[in-house]
Design a protein around this ligand. Structure first.
Ligand code: 48F
Length: 259
């Protein structure tokens, strides 16, 4: 005879343990899209304690939808090695272009990241950062549903040595930091440069080049990197997102090793 209260207790106790185990981490990633997952995977594989907060119910960000809802994605030659790392088979379409099922792609990124040791909290959004001595030192969390409804519920907080803004087009973490604190970012103008229109070739290169520290303690990846440092959008070609995640991990590992 199943006891419903045992089911509830099992969920409550294991969740609370998972949450308290992640109050202080090496890297806190905001957004469970492709760049966030890839960054998390490489960081965890290198032995770092990594958590991802995703405000939506479903992980995967913009990857599920392929292009305009046609659930296939394209990865160019440069991104193929990352697909191989995640055991993701891709079909050669023409030279230099591969296609793969977007549901399989998201599933593999999520599974491998979690298997590598990343802890993911979905339905948990980031509404602000912790700022200590002019350095981003953690995140301010609330339920995604509370944020969406605009209900005035106070948040909880985690500490992290590095924060990665992998929130895609809105670059939500950097945007909040600029809006609330008026800080100067490591961009040419000191401000958020803003995402540009479509140029897949340039956008793909820029998203990797722009993957760096935008403010002490705050790193950016994926479309958030182009929104912060100014770069073209590229649509449903994902090599840049995968490579950006890998680069984000490398940059943060170097930084973590310094201290
Ligand atoms: O948008 P998203 O997939 O980010 P990405 O890794 O990849 C971009 C591509 O999907 C696509 C593209 C490729 O050519 O242009 O857009 O840069 O995933 C971002 C995730 O962050 C979550 C959001 O729900 C999504 O799953 N997110 C956004 N704001 C917050 C957040 C927040 N404040 N707190 C937590 N999660």
């Amino acid at each position: 005879m199943l006891d419903e209260t045992v089911i509830s207790r099992a969920i409550i106790e294991t969740y609370m343990k998972k949450l308290t185990d992640n109050l202080s981490v090496d890297v806190a990633i905001v957004g469970a899209g492709p760049s966030g997952f890839v960054a998390g995977y490489f960081l965890a594989k290198a032995g770092r304690k990594v958590v991802i907060f995703e405000r939506a119910l479903a992980v995967g960000g913009g990857m599920w939808g392929g292009g305009m809802g046609f659930n296939e994605i394209v990865v160019q030659e440069e991104g193929k090695a990352v697909l191989d790392e995640f055991d993701l088979p891709a079909v050669r379409y023409v030279q230099g272009y591969y296609t793969l099922d977007s549901v399989r792609a998201v599933s593999a990124l999520a599974l491998r990241a979690v298997e590598a040791g990343v802890t993911v909290f979905n339905l948990v959004g980031v509404e602000d950062v912790v700022l200590h001595d002019e350095r981003v030192s953690g995140l301010v969390l609330n339920w995604g549903t509370v944020m969406k409804a605009g209900i005035p519920v106070d948040p909880l907080t985690v500490h992290s040595r590095c924060v990665l803004d992998a929130t895609g087009h809105p670059a939500h973490v950097a945007e909040v930091l600029c809006r609330k604190m008026g800080v100067s970012l490591n961009t040419p103008t000191g401000k958020m440069m803003g995402e540009m229109s479509m140029d897949a070739e340039k956008g793909e290169k820029q998203t990797v080049e722009n993957t760096r520290e935008a403010y002490p303690g705050l790193f950016v990846s994926g479309m958030a990197a182009n929104a912060v440092f100014g770069g073209y959008r590229m649509g449903p070609v994902f090599g840049g997102m995968l490579l950006s995640g890998k680069r984000a991990a490398e940059v943060m590992l170097a930084r973590l090793g310094e201290r």
